[in-house]
Design a protein around this ligand. Structure first.
Ligand code: ATP
Ligand code: MG
Length: 330
């Protein structure tokens, strides 16, 4: 089976609708046809300050949400990044092959470092994409299912794989990003020109998987729309309404046109109620299952440790090959 790799940061107490639609839903569909590695990337999370107790709790919560949303630990290797030391080791090697200017062109770093002032940003945040390249290349992944915001990082990963291969001999599979057209970017409900993010400045436009139904419903009812009152898809002119239609369409498994037709001539309030219903229908079972899993942290830790062992086998094989190629004696 071809290999896929993907991950999420344990940077919040809950995943959000963008993570769910842009990544998690895709992963659950892919796991039967691929040898899948799904990672809770806690080393990435510490590129911005984290509270230690919270980071540990969020790591388990993130893993639990993966399983609750349908990742089967018997089929896929679901593990925690810091439990496989090869990630940090390969990242160091790739750091030495990455140009400073090349890394400086990464737009996620520009966005995230601007938020708190460039001087407050850590070097770790700057080299984030290089650690991500290590994550992917260690497993010889052919495909990387991510949201649109990660396209540039996968492109860098490809460049680094090609560079290593041509300088030291064929070593890495050159991976491809797998980004779903149309649904790979879910926007903030209060600011439909920005992507929904765990690290958004305010939570008003952020729909969290683990929030109670009434909280989510209120946020959806307050979503920013526009003044013309017409329910139709137009990303440029009507970003708020188009985002709601996208969410409705993916979670309700119906084409956007069919929804627009059904709601023609009705108010935005009606559309929002419909969106709130499909969101709740998708999230309610995930919430329940997540709570069940978190009630037995020892069992969850055991599952994660077993997966880390499997990941470690694959990753250390690749790393040994890399060290040999570049002349790092063991
Ligand atoms: P942070 O703000 O801390 O970076 P995030 O919300 O961007 O958090 P990540 O853990 O960085 O979440 O990303 C996990 C996965 O979810 C990635 O594949 C990413 O592309 C995808 N993703 C994140 N936000 C969205 C979004 N708004 N729409 C679709 N996919 C998304
Ligand atoms: Mg992100």
């Amino acid at each position: 089976k071809p290999v896929i790799f993907s991950g999420m940061q344990p940077s919040s107490d809950s995943l959000h609708l963008g993570n769910y639609i842009g990544a998690l839903q895709q992963w659950t569909k892919m796991q039967k046809d691929y040898d899948a590695f799904f990672c809770v990337v806690n080393l990435h999370a510490i590129t911005v300050p984290q509270d230690p107790a919270e980071l540990a709790a969020r790591t388990r919560r993130t893993a639990a949400q993966y399983i609750a949303a349908g990742i089967d630990p018997a089929k896929s290797t679901l593990f925690v990044q810091s439990q496989v030391p090869a990630h940090a080791e390969l990242a160091w090697v790739l750091n030495t092959l990455t140009g400073f200017g090349e890394a400086s062109r990464m737009t996620q770093f520009k966005d995230k470092s601007q938020r708190n002032g460039a001087d407050a940003a850590s070097v770790g945040l700057f080299t984030y994409p290089i650690l991500m390249a290590a994550d992917i290349l260690l497993y010889q992944a052919a495909s990387v299912p991510v949201g649109e915001d990660q396209r540039q990082h996968v492109e860098l990963t490809r460049d680094l794989a090609n560079r290593f291969n041509s300088r030291f001999g064929e070593t890495f599979v050159v991976p491809e990003a797998q980004i779903q057209t149309g649904t790979a970017k879910i926007y903030d409900l209060q600011n439909p020109s920005a992507k929904m993010s765990k690290s958004a400045e305010t939570e008003a436009g952020l729909i969290k998987v683990l929030d109670p139904a009434n909280v989510t419903r209120k946020k959806i009812m307050r979503a920013v729309t526009d003044a013309d009152g017409e329910i139709r898809f137009d990303r440029e002119a009507k970003p708020g309404v188009s985002n709601l239609l996208t969410i409705f369409s993916v979670l309700g498994e119906r084409p956007v046109d069919a929804i627009a037709e059904e709601y023609a001539g009705r108010g935005y309030g009606d559309l929002k109620k419909g969106v709130a219903e499909v969101v709740e229908a998708s999230f309610a079972p995930v919430r329940t299952r997540t709570e069940e899993l978190l009630a037995d942290p020892a069992e969850l830790d055991r599952l994660l440790a077993a997966a880390a062992e499997r990941a470690n086998e694959v990753a250390s094989r690749t790393l040994a090959h890399v060290y040999e190629r570049i002349g790092l004696i063991r």
